[in-house]
Design a protein around this ligand. Structure first.
Ligand code: NAP
Length: 295
């Protein structure tokens, strides 16, 4: 087994993502010699100890990061600013602070200025997830074959970037370094907009008259069922993602709305060729995803 990358890894937030990292760290032993977990509630910390997925839990984030050479923020991005303020004075010199948040410009804006001199900040985003949340939701293979995007601001210590990249490789991920604004646009279309559509379509179905709503649920076809799976995601996490990737999400929504209107127009005027062409493009995208092993 390779040497552990870190002496002490502090996970600030231990839900789906944090607890998956914790499980891998505890099982493989090559991420860190000691895992410390912090969460917002004592209930989660008690559950973490029951599950045996950390060596130690700390209710106070400041205490959790003391002596840690790697700190990973795994809470909803809207909580980052307050968490960064709480931990900043307690970070060990030379430590690496990284994160898993789904938005990157906001994280750099909220956390970057609070990182003390001599501490390295390497923002990251594992492109893996499910609709479940909390410490019970994590699992060992979550990151297998998935991309992890790192968005280090200019001038970030290359050795720290490489250590974070190696952590994710040991979790099973492939690494891509990306510019933060580009990251936010890419995830707006591949992740944030699909979630917005799923939440909206479930709302629309729920707003239908009582009788039709019951029919919707009773006869839910695969199309609607697939949307309901995505729509079951954590409200706090997704509220924070939408509010912290506002510009890119609104831009993608505007483009989508135009395209949806065009599809509606084709339906109205019986333009079968247009409809068929769009469906064929969808099939090509699906086929490409399968070939890239990301389906
Ligand atoms: P989660 O399962 O809901 O867990 C969130 C964790 O953060 C919990 O341990 C929670 O503690 C803690 N926390 C600390 N401060 C909080 C606050 N103010 N409000 C709510 N929770 C707080 O979330 P997750 O799915 O692991 O997501 C964590 C991060 O990963 C987010 O930034 C998200 O954008 C990113 N991410 C998520 C996915 C995904 O598909 N879920 C994929 C990639 C990246 P308690 O349990 O005590 O409340």
């Amino acid at each position: 087994m390779p040497e552990p990358l870190f002496r002490r890894l502090a996970l600030i937030g231990i839900g789906l993502i944090g607890s998956s990292v914790a499980r891998i760290a505890m099982q493989n032993g090559d991420l860190a010699s000691e895992i410390v977990a912090n969460a917002r509630t004592q209930r989660t910390l008690d559950r973490v100890m029951e599950l045996g997925i950390a060596d130690r839990v700390e209710f106070d984030p400041a205490k959790a990061v003391e002596g840690a050479d790697c700190v990973m923020l795994c809470a909803p991005v809207g909580a980052y600013a307050a968490l960064a303020e709480a931990i900043a004075p307690h970070l060990a010199p030379g430590a690496i602070v990284t994160d898993v948040g789904s938005t990157k410009q906001s994280v750099i804006r909220d956390v970057g200025p609070l990182i003390p001199e001599g501490v390295h900040f390497v923002p990251g985003h594992p492109m893996a997830g499910t609709e479940y949340s909390g410490p019970d939701a994590g699992f060992l293979t979550l990151f297998d074959g998935r991309w992890c995007l790192l968005t280090p601001p200019p001038g970030t210590d290359p050795e720290s970037v490489e250590k974070v990249a190696e952590l994710w490789r040991r979790c099973g991920s492939m690494i891509e370094i990306m510019e933060p604004a580009h990251h936010d646009r890419v995830v707006a279309i591949v992740s944030h907009l699909p979630h917005l559509l799923a939440f909206t379509i479930c709302g629309t179905a729920d707003d239908l008259a009582d009788e039709s709503r019951q029919q919707v649920l009773k006869f839910a076809a695969t199309g609607f069922r697939d949307f309901t799976r995505i729509a079951a995601s954590d409200p706090t996490m997704w509220r924070d993602v939408f509010l912290n990737n506002r510009e890119a999400l609104l831009e993608m929504l505007a483009r989508f709305t135009e395209d949806a209107q065009a599809m509606g127009r084709a339906v109205r005027w019986g333009d079968g060729a247009y409809i068929e062409d769009k469906i064929l493009r969808g099939r090509v995208i699906r086929q490409t995803l399968i070939e890239l092993k990301q389906a």
